[in-house]
Design a protein around this ligand. Sequence first.
Ligand SMILES: Cc1cc2nc3c(=O)[nH]c(=O)nc-3n(C[C@H](O)[C@H](O)[C@H](O)COP(=O)(O)O)c2cc1C
Ligand SMILES: O=C(O)C(=O)c1ccccc1
Length: 377
Amino acid sequence: MAHSQIVTCIDELEQHARTHLPKNAFDYYSSGANDQRTLAENRAAFYRLRFLPRILRDVSQVDLGVSLLNGTQTLASPICIAPTAMQRMAHPDGEIATARAAAASESLMILSSWSTTSIEDVAAANGNAGARWFQLYVYRDRAVTAQLVKRAEQSGYTALVLTVDTPILGRREADIRNGFRLPPHLRLANFSETDSKATGVSITDKKDSGLAAYVAAQIDQTLTWKDVKWLQSITKLPIILKGVLSPEDATLAVDHGVQGILVSNHGARQLDGVPATIEALPGIVAAVGSRCDVYLDGGVRRGTDVLMALALGAKAVFVGRPVLWGLAYKGEEGVQIALTLLQQELKLAMQLAGCSKLADLTPSLVVSASTYTHAKL
Ligand SMILES: Cc1cc2nc3c(=O)[nH]c(=O)nc-3n(C[C@H](O)[C@H](O)[C@H](O)COP(=O)(O)O)c2cc1C
Ligand SMILES: O=C(O)C(=O)c1ccccc1
């Protein structure tokens, strides 16, 4: 795709990234775990669903506006940015470009703890009008964790997204083959050299996946529900648990007083063989009811995917790799292209489905292809 051409879909941005990014960066961004079964399922499961559109409803005006966390976070659309680590590998502006594009699109950005731009610099780029949440891992050193929380609070991040599916990094074989590590000109901007040196493992170590070894040394594998309580004790920010797939855990999460659940399989990068997120969503929505927000990420590449997730009960969806592909294409402008494409596709899909606002979206809009086919036989 030449730069002068119009980008028509997210997959085109991915194709561009595949041919323009260094192999070790593209492989790191695109990989799933093991045989990448769940990676394929995250897309395939959307393909197994069908819409039953409604007709003769006035769709001349479409409102994509949504409010999250009990009305405290209003957004122009329910399409938001998932946290992805090390964005400066995709474009020199990295997280700064993402933060600017998010603000320009009135979208919400979740910043990864493992960013190549600091919490403070991203906040400045996102600005007063921007909406930003901070993604947190709990580190072996609780002082490091508490310090990150404090910095996020002071920099105007309005929620903490606690990732709970990564006690250790999943097995990404391309990274092992490539000996993946952070390029030497970049650094994990939220940690001091001493934080990382203390573990004796450096992210630039030249063995296997340098990342996996580094993560194993940093992240606290002893994490349990008591640590959710600990986090609540050190912050007043709302807490969203990211990486919930089981309805039982969703119920526990609500019982522990979290304000949101992000149904996620980490872009199929952790345990291979788990369900696609769009398959896991209905059970979690049923378990949670209206007791907290439920969001989804994983494999969202089309406005029609967004529509399916919202119809099945997600309040908002998050995209990870599409933002990286946008960054690789054209930095801030590329991320805006990705977000705008998805927003326009969602609007069109809603009109064609007979819906003019998000409140019109109900599970009856979506049927499983197999159920629907059998019912007609
Ligand atoms: C390259 C990459 C880096 C990621 N880094 C993080 C991270 O630092 N923290 C986190 O909670 N999730 C991380 N994720 C998971 C994403 O937040 C999200 O769950 C996933 O990418 C959504 O799937 P999608 O890429 O198909 O949209 C990462 C995903 C990718 C692809
Ligand atoms: O690569 C990832 O998926 C990821 O989430 C991660 C986790 C810890 C450090 C860097 C990236």
